[in-house]
Design a protein around this ligand. Structure first.
Ligand code: NAP
Length: 256
């Protein structure tokens, strides 16, 4: 059995919806005290109510350094420190190359990459004081492993997070902080609800396990990286995708 995370202090950016809310719920069920962040207060409030346990929120935009500093300071005020940062907040607006504006590119990089770096920087002192600090970054298979038309800027931001993780792991090692990344495949979130059953079924058909991932699948991977037993793992990536990146051709998928 893994050592308990009961009572530890966890900060989850983008914890009001989707994968972040799933990560927060898994940590809360494990007894952690959780602060979630996002920009929209009403979804933060709803998420806190649904997650339960000792969960609270801070309104903060991760693309703004001062907001990240404030979310870290508030978490320290409430919990006395930070043991785990889940840098999860991300956006994925589509834009093909011929139409992509500088603002589109800045927006995606500003939230997905800068937001990850700002969040880690803001939590650095508290994670060091913890003596067992953990950072878990939500990246994606899109970018590091796969591509999808319309998401070149998004894929670049998700691959860039991994470059950040690898060098940050070196800088954080003397502080006894580990930093790792989870790479989700297609995860069922409320954001996909509007796409319709046929679209979702087609997405699931491209996965060897023939189902979309659940937010808890990502939460459990994040929880593992946060455990005492994972203390010697740093700078690494964990793909959680039901085997989606494995088939080398359509035929390989059809022959399963
Ligand atoms: P989602 O359902 O849209 O949730 C995104 C969360 O991030 C929300 O809580 C949102 O709250 C918050 N957020 C967005 N921009 C923010 C900002 N600038 N500052 C603070 N919070 C912000 O998205 P998701 O699908 O769960 O994605 C979460 C992460 O998983 C992202 O990093 C994404 O790249 C990654 N991912 C998702 C999938 C998937 O299949 N869903 C696959 C691979 C990777 P507000 O809008 O209120 O700020």
């Amino acid at each position: 059995m893994f050592t308990s995370l009961d009572g530890c202090s966890v900060l989850v950016t983008g914890g009001s919806k989707g994968i972040g809310r799933g990560i927060a719920a898994v940590f809360a069920r494990a007894g952690a005290r959780v602060v979630i962040t996002g920009r929209d207060e009403s979804s933060l409030r709803t998420a806190c109510r649904e997650i339960g346990g000792e969960t609270s929120y801070v309104i903060a935009d991760v693309s703004v350094r001062e907001d990240c500093d404030r979310m870290a300071a508030t978490t320290v005020e409430r919990h006395g420190g930070i043991d785990v940062l889940c840098a999860n907040a991300g956006i994925f607006p589509a834009a093909r190359l011929e139409a992509m504006t500088a603002a589109d590119l800045d927006g995606v990089i500003g939230t997905n990459l800068n937001g990850t770096v700002f969040a880690v920087q803001a939590c650095l002192d508290a994670l060091t004081a913890s003596g067992r600090g953990r950072v878990v970054v939500t990246s994606s298979i899109t970018g590091p492993y796969t591509g999808y038309p319309g998401w070149s800027h998004y894929g670049a931001s998700k691959a860039a997070q991994l470059g950040f993780v690898r060098t940050a792991a070196l800088e954080l090692a003397p502080r006894a902080i580990t930093i790792n990344a989870v790479l989700p495949g297609n995860i069922a979130t409320e954001g996909l609800d509007g796409l319709g059953e046929d679209y979702l079924a087609a997405m699931a058909a491209s996965v060897p396990q023939k189902r979309l991932g659940r937010v808890a699948d990502i939460g459990h991977a994040a929880l593992f990286f946060a455990t005492e037993e994972a203390s010697y793992i740093t700078g690494q990536t964990l793909v959680v995708d039901g085997g989606q990146v494995l088939p080398e051709s359509l035929q390989a998928l059809e022959e399963i």
